[in-house]
Design a protein around this ligand. Sequence first.
Ligand SMILES: Cc1cc2nc3c(=O)[nH]c(=O)nc-3n(C[C@H](O)[C@H](O)[C@H](O)COP(=O)(O)O)c2cc1C
Length: 445
Amino acid sequence: MTHTIQPNNPETTPAPDATDIPAAPAPAQAPASSAVPAALKRRIPKYSDLAPLMQFKKPEFSKEARLKRASTIWELRDIAKRRTPQAPFDYTDGAAEEEITLGRARQAFLDIEFRPGILRNVSTIDLGTEILGKPSRLPVGIAPTGFTRMMQSEGEYAGSQAAEAAGIPYTLSTMGTASIEDVAAAAPNGRNWFQLYLWTDRDRSLELIERAAKAGNDTLMVTVDTAVAGARLRDVRNGMTIPPALTVKTVLDASYRPAWWFNFLTHEPLTFASLSRYTGTVADLINSMFDPTLTFEDLDWLRETWKGKLVVKGIQTVEDARRVVDHGADGVVLSNHGGRQLDRAPIPFHLLPEVKQAFTADNTDAAIMLDTGIMSGADIVAALALGADFTLIGRAYLYGLMAGGRAGVDRTLQILEKDMARTMALLGVSNISELTPDHVRLLNK
Ligand SMILES: Cc1cc2nc3c(=O)[nH]c(=O)nc-3n(C[C@H](O)[C@H](O)[C@H](O)COP(=O)(O)O)c2cc1C
């Protein structure tokens, strides 16, 4: 995607207050003037002076206006929080145990300093890239997330259609609340990927893989950081169940989030991409999905079985990144599952330069993708500069979804796109291949 930067962008920063500037010594014999200049004399304002200043607009309460007012992902999160019952909001927003991993992952992106180049022609910014052999209009895709229709009824349909419209990949989770076939039908021109929780029960895995291939998914992303479920304490405290149960607390919650409940109760009940209807706690469902007996042999089986691109998600050490590539992976996702599994886990942004160095030394062209903690386009630009080929967003798109369904996901992608174009222009870089580690200095190192 190319962006044209307007050259006549006026500098709007006000001049420093005159009192901030040290006064120059007065000329030796300058006569002191007591005359008040005409422009500084007080007068009663005329209507013609006020008219251009008066810009009272009719307040707008539409969804579009609400979303437009958000200019950061954090602001979308604020809207999402107001509109979503606490249990599904916390399920999305929360992480494991003391949520140290998530906090550190977000902080890691802030603990950098960009090093811009000046006097470069950045009138056109190209954000396009190639990932796993095909183009993507932006260097970011949508990460797999489970139970998405519980956050907002449009769920996976909103995510996949927004991704299709933006020309970026969308990943459907094994725990998605729409089927592989329905997502493919909803976004027929999209680049749809499927995320697999691999089981040692190969028949169960095989059935899903075959469905994903038949529905046109070109990439299978196998998640490997879920030997068991992480301890998501907010869910325990909220008594979170799938689907949300009607208790006194949730009914009270419904009274001031009527739109969410109206949507939830008037749409198709939640179904899963891979399971039939399920009723139970999140922890039970997740535990039934995760298989603690998996080994690299299962990955070998998957490599033989799946003919498309194979990506392993949840890589947290350099050794494992190398090892999965040796076992045939076409790419890795450096990820700690958005801090939702092991607390105090390695931070993907910190791991990135080491993996890049190892892959360069090994002369492998396996793709390096990264997620966890991305909340702005500047985060994405920093990751690309340090060697990522591509990035994925989880919560950033879910906040948009909860703030306004499909239009909210569109807004997330617009915000990130604008952030990236602006950051690159200010760095003096007009396309992604020009970004290098020299553009980023890690603070506190
Ligand atoms: C609500 C939620 C559900 C998730 N479900 C899955 C899932 O089903 N499969 C999976 O591989 N990762 C899942 N993830 C992890 C994401 O794919 C991704 O790794 C993570 O969200 C990235 O961090 P971020 O949210 O800070 O962008 C989930 C994340 C969230 C927030």
